[in-house]
Design a protein around this ligand. Structure first.
Ligand SMILES: Nc1ncnc2c1ncn2[C@@H]1O[C@H](COP(=O)(O)OP(=O)(O)OP(=O)(O)O)[C@@H](O)[C@H]1O
Ligand SMILES: [Mg+2]
Length: 313
């Protein structure tokens, strides 16, 4: 669906925003596009959508070169830019019909396309309202409806939930999940829980280069420090420390006393599931158990590790 080979983008003033980047996206994939501020995500997305020309390399969307077949590429995908330029003095329905016209839809396709996009984005009730009088969340929905109006099978959404309140984030996330059944999606976001909830693969950029392109699972394994387990048993902390310390593959153990209970945090050298082994040990020691929990390394922790916590201006 998308094939990027050795893509480079230099802005005037000597900024190399994208530096020899290659990746591809298969039809039906839902890909999260991650990276710190200034990593080059929006630049790459604008090039993919045909709104910015590359300085070097080749970008193909559905087999078409974005430079040579610019118009065709723009027509076959839906793009929500980082700052969506809406005509604030137009009414929602009117604006979407206008956008459908610009995208070359016939009168009949325009009507059904606009209706469908408004329904998908929950805009039917506000179709007569002026765009400029809508809340930010609703304006964002208009931007997404605009990307959807010609029913493209590829959607490129640059931070679709930026600036939305938690309720609206949940709604837009649901919309994205609904769209994912029939579309290929590339979504950039800094809300990593959102990427975890909606995407099956991530492409991570940093300082213009690709750091990772992997499924969330692969990424977790690759960057995990090892399996982490927490437990609470009714026993004294030194006793728990002494008993559990003998577990094979244990890298680190910390035990704190909390009244009659000992709270232990264990880190193992590998990423396997150690719960049964630890439970057997607890049973053997005949301790009362009130918690045993394998902690998953979050995408947020992985991201900070991958990108070294740094940022570009
Ligand atoms: N029009 C421009 N002219 C010059 N430099 C630019 C321009 N647009 C972006 N840049 C620079 O290119 C680099 C990449 O910017 P880009 O907007 O692609 O990053 P991003 O990953 O989308 O960041 P963010 O997470 O903050 O949206 C940055 O160093 C930025 O300052
Ligand atoms: Mg951006």
């Amino acid at each position: 669906m998308i094939d990027v080979q050795h893509l480079t983008k230099n802005y005037p003033g000597g900024v190399t925003a994208v530096d020899d980047v290659s990746f591809s996206i298969e039809p039906g994939e839902i890909v999260g596009f991650l990276g710190p501020n200034g990593a080059g995500k929006s630049t790459t997305m604008r090039i993919l959508a045909g709104y910015l020309s590359p300085s070097g390399g080749q970008v193909k969307v559905k087999g078409m070169d974005v430079t040579r077949k610019n118009l065709e590429v723009r027509q076959c995908l839906g793009y929500l830019p980082e700052t969506c330029p809406l005509y604030t003095e137009m009414r929602v329905g009117e604006y979407l019909r206008y956008r459908a016209d610009l995208k070359g839809l016939s009168r009949r396709h325009r009507r059904t396309g606009v209706e469908r996009a408004m329904e998908q984005c929950g805009l039917l009730d506000v179709q007569k309202r002026l765009v400029g009088q809508l809340s930010k969340g609703f304006r964002q929905r208009v931007g997404i409806a605009d990307a959807l109006v010609h029913n493209p099978d590829l959607l490129i959404l640059d931070e679709p939930t930026i600036g939305l309140d938690p309720n609206q984030i949940v709604q837009v996330r649901k919309l994205i999940r609904d769209l994912s059944s029939a579309h290929t999606l590339l979504i950039s976001s800094h809300i990593l829980s959102e990427i975890e909830a909606t995407c099956n693969r991530v492409v991570v950029m940093n300082q213009g280069k690709i750091l990772e392109s992997a499924s969330l699972e692969e990424l977790g394994h690759r960057w995990s420090p090892g399996a982490e387990l927490t437990l609470e048993v009714k026993a004294s902390a030194p006793e728990v420390d002494k008993t559990l310390r003998s577990l094979a593959d244990l890298k680190r153990i910390q035990v704190k006393q909390d009244g009659a209970w000992a709270h232990a945090e264990l880190l193992f050298a590998n990423d396997e599931d150690h719960r049964e082994r630890v439970f057997a040990c607890i049973k053997e020691a005949d301790w009362d158990l009130r918690e045993l929990h394998a902690r998953r390394h979050s995408l947020e922790e992985t991201f900070v590790k991958m990108t070294g916590g740094g940022e570009e201006v």
